[in-house]
Design a protein around this ligand. Sequence first.
Ligand code: GLU
Length: 313
Amino acid sequence: MDLHAIVSETWASLADERGSGNPARYIPALALVDPAKFGIALATPDGEVYCAGDADEAFSIQSISKVFALSLALEREGAALWDAVGREPSGDPFNSIVQLEREKGIPRNPFINSGAIVTTDRFIGERSPDQSVEDLLVRLRRMGRDEKIGFNEEVARSESETGSRNRSLAYFLADFGRLINPVEDVLSVYFRQCALTMSCRQLAKSALFLAFDGTDPVTGQQMCSASRARRINALMLLCGHYDNSGQFAFEVGFPGKSGVGGGILASVPGRAAIAVWSPGLNRAGTSLLGAKALSEIALRTGWSVFSGGRASS
Ligand code: GLU
């Protein structure tokens, strides 16, 4: 299969649609990004990364970070994490608070904001917020094999200044006794985690372990157990796009996680990790062009987890 052609032709076939969708404006620093950016990177186990467009430009990964935070929280807490956060799709928007009261402060899953705040709290454990962010960076740099991975303080500050909804969620969780650390400590890590900046190339390389049973096939480093990788993939498929997860599974068929910075990270079990970026979003906060690009790649490779491997053009 000519993956180089598939990636570059997918990019070219959608290039005229750059700028479609609506970039997130509720975090002011995100509204400054050029809406015409569009990148694709597809990493394979032999170490190749097939790229097109703005694949080497770092952007705000936002909720894609929840995948890495989940993996690290599971490493620290083990299965006990599931006492604090569920594993069901929410069918509600990413920052919804309604289920939390009815379900006594147990978020539906680790990818909606309330669930991610709990996951971040458990990832912090007994460390200081700064140490936790540092540990997250060290891990991501190792996974992405790139020391340049960092976070954007301006985006983190902008998000904190306008973060009333996330503060509400966190204080609500604390009221139910669901957080171990002080609310502002948890949020200070959560905001910086969302403000991590990575390129499509770095993201695709960092996520290969999810597609290969927890071990990065290029370096041989084990990031998590095979069963944990399988479960993270399952959650990405069912909950990775909030109330748009069904539509994403229907159109694309890869476990994926969106971020309101316009990135989507997809894991294709046994085959590849793919990252796409285009800032314009649909109403549920998933990149419009990014989802189209992944749908096209799924079609052309036959890699949807729901298909038998036959490619169509
Ligand atoms: N930082 C964003 C928030 O908490 C993440 C949302 C997303 O990327 O879907 O509002």
